[in-house]
Design a protein around this ligand. Structure first.
Ligand code: SAM
Length: 282
């Protein structure tokens, strides 16, 4: 089979399961052909796969047809221009989270800042902030072991392991006895309302970690808990910054106001949805 034949056949086969059937097929081909650039695929459409390459392709594409996310199949995902290793047990970093990171970078880029990130996941937020804010130190907290292990790998791979500390923690529990207060508290917490979990796409609900998704009955449990506890750990004039679900910005603003945050504002994602909520503790 040539690369062209494969693209035509499997783009069709993946239509049911994937919103990006061509891209998924290309990503698997890139892997099978030895981690080549995407442009290689386009410049070599008449190339025949070897028997071994085709065998490997069939094995990987069948995982995708069964619903396994492409990022878990190939083991990585790009976020903020950086490469993140991912595996089952960590949330795959989403473009939805980039506006939050971009806004914090904008607010802090020339400052010396102590940051705490609640809910490490792959380390997407933690590592990007450590990478792009020169004078930053980040404490990254997660309740599960796999995110802490994966976050550490991504900090090393992206050259920021000397700026980041990872700790197993239920929200702030691991740092409750330390004196340090933080300039920035950031979180992309689990925020899907319990009743909506069943309506999620197979590749999310059957493969991504449940405790990275569910945020209680109305999806707001983590915003209530983190905001309430945050006041103990935040500096005067410190920033609390959240990613929120598509219809949660107003509720999260109210939760922050009720806990003494001011100058609260939102930022939209690329689809025009209020995706980031930021407030200051005066
Ligand atoms: C939505 S994911 C975000 C991951 C990553 N920050 C990102 O944006 O891609 C939420 C993360 O919070 C972690 N988490 C869930 N409950 C927690 C808790 N009580 N304390 C700390 N982390 C928690 C999950 O394990 C998961 O890694």
């Amino acid at each position: 089979m040539t690369i062209r034949d494969i693209l035509i056949k499997y783009m069709e086969e993946l239509k049911e399961i994937s919103d990006t059937p061509r891209l998924d097929t290309e990503i698997i081909l890139q892997k099978v052909l030895g981690d080549v650039d995407r442009i290689y695929i386009h410049l070599n459409l008449n190339k025949e796969l070897t028997k071994e390459q085709y065998k490997m392709f069939l094995s990987l594409i069948s995982e995708r047809i069964n619903g396994r996310p492409i990022a878990y199949i190939v083991g990585n995902r790009e976020f903020m221009g950086l490469d993140f290793f991912v595996k089952e047990g960590v949330l795959i970093p989403r473009p939805d989270t980039e506006p939050l990171v971009e806004e914090i970078i904008e607010l802090c880029k020339d400052k010396e800042v102590n940051i705490v990130d609640i809910g490490t996941g792959s380390g997407a937020i933690t590592v990007s902030l450590a990478k792009y804010i020169e004078k930053s130190k980040v404490v990254s907290l997660d309740i599960s072991d796999i995110p802490l292990e994966v976050g550490k790998i991504n900090a090393i791979n992206n050259g920021v392991d000397d700026k980041v500390v990872f700790k197993k923690s239920d929200l702030f529990s691991a740092i409750e006895n330390i004196e340090t207060k933080f300039d920035v508290i950031v979180s992309n917490p689990p925020y899907i309302p319990k009743r909506d979990i069943e309506t999620l796409h197979t590749q999310v609900k059957d493969y991504e970690p449940y405790n990275a998704l569910e945020g209680g009955e109305d999806g707001l449990d983590f915003y209530r808990d983190i905001t309430k506890q945050s006041v103990r750990y935040i500096k005067e004039n410190g920033i609390l910054a959240y990613e929120v679900g598509h219809d949660q910005a107003e509720d999260v603003k109210r939760i922050m106001e009720a806990n003494g945050y001011t100058n609260i504002y939102t930022k939209k994602d690329i689809q025009g949805i209020d995706r980031v909520v930021i407030g200051y503790k005066l």
